[in-house]
Design a protein around this ligand. Structure first.
Ligand code: KG4
Ligand code: ZN
Length: 334
């Protein structure tokens, strides 16, 4: 089964073809980062318009790279939510129209389920990752620990009570004058910082439970930054202190979640999963426990069409698809 995946929930237009026999055939991504940079955040109307401009050319490009004609597709999957309503509607409209014209099924995919299943696309020396596992979902909009008993059977173990981890990275970067989107810039800055020069708290790790809270960390950084000499060296030291606090907090909660779920496989997905130090820390933890941790390649940690094609292919294989109405769900629990 060859499935086209379309992702347009925010500021990336992602397209891919996943083949249930041959694996990922092709993928293409267009990032709107430059478009939104001058506003310091995503402008929803501009995002929708840019998806309109870029989606069809990207679909053509992806099919060409896969060496396929459009009528070889067996299904179309698209992100139906959560996300920006206008942006989602562009993907949904194109996906549903294409599926109708080709007379193939269309399937609505939950954006976070796409992230959650992305690590399963990767080939590893230890063989394919399979449920049951615990998933840490860390993106700009979500921070969740989820027990995955089977594909489609998810139990929420814990989540953030305020800012998502990626949002904390972005806001912290912004307050220290780093460009948008802040997460990767702050992580790069932290590489030059001295470990231990600044120490911030590990929120909510001193009591039981699997929930997170990251908004206080941002305030701690703001106070430290305002009191400092605001030099490049200090910025790097604070960035390192912040990154260490987030990474350590996530690692402590992941370990607790594995204990709670009685499971030794951890899967990490979402934009913050691209963070080098987080990957190394969780890898070390898994090795120490004799367990296993799986990540998507960094390019598939952030938003992409491949994860939507893959999740859609699994759903279509399981016989799921919907009627032809163009519906999106901007706020949607997984
Ligand atoms: O999953 P994603 O692409 O979009 C959402 O669905 O939110 O995640 C984007 C988030 C942003 O907050 C971005 O700053 C963060 O992931 N991010 C990172 C890194 N790369 C992306 N945060 C920390 N370190 C990184 N290397
Ligand atoms: Zn995402």
């Amino acid at each position: 089964m060859k499935v086209l995946g379309i992702e347009t929930s925010c500021d990336e237009t992602g397209v891919a073809v996943y083949d249930t026999e041959a694996g990922l055939r092709a993928h293409a991504l267009y990032s709107q980062v430059a478009l939104h940079a001058e506003y310091g955040g995503v402008v929803p109307e501009l995002a929708s318009r840019d998806h309109v401009r870029k989606l069809l050319p990207l679909i053509r490009q992806t099919l060409a790279e896969a060496g396929m004609a459009v009528d070889e597709l067996d299904g179309v999957a698209y992100t139906a939510g959560p996300g920006l309503v206008g942006a989602l509607l562009v993907g949904a409209g194109v996906a549903r129209s294409l599926a109708w014209a080709l007379d193939v099924p269309a399937v609505a995919v939950h954006h976070m389920e796409g992230h959650l299943l992305a690590p399963l696309m990767e080939e590893t020396d230890e063989g394919p990752l399979e449920p049951p596992f615990v998933a840490l979902l860390v993106s700009g909009g979500h921070t969740q620990l989820v027990a995955v008993d089977a594909i489609g059977r998810y139990r929420l173990l814990g989540e953030t009570l305020d800012d998502a981890a990626g949002e904390a990275f972005d806001k912290t970067a912004k307050l220290m004058g780093l460009p948008y989107p802040g997460g990767p810039h702050l992580a790069a800055m932290a590489e030059q910082g001295t470990p231990g020069a600044y120490r911030f708290s590990r929120p909510m790790t001193d009591r039981p439970g699997l929930d997170f809270s990251f908004s206080g960390l941002k305030t701690q950084v703001l106070l430290a930054w305002q009191k400092s000499d605001q030099s490049d060296t200090t910025r790097a030291d604070i960035a390192r202190g912040f990154e260490d606090a987030v990474v350590e907090t996530l690692a402590i909660k992941c370990e607790r979640a594995l204990d709670a779920a009685g499971c030794e496989t951890l899967v990490v997905a979402g934009g913050v999963g691209a963070n080098r130090r987080l990957r190394a820390r969780l890898q070390a933890m898994a090795e120490q426990r004799g367990g296993r941790v799986g990540f998507p390649r960094p390019a598939f940690c952030t938003d992409n069409g491949a994860m939507i094609a893959f999740a859609g292919a699994l759903r279509l294989q399981a016989g799921q698809s919907e009627d032809a109405s163009v519906r999106v769900t901007p706020r949607w629990d997984m």
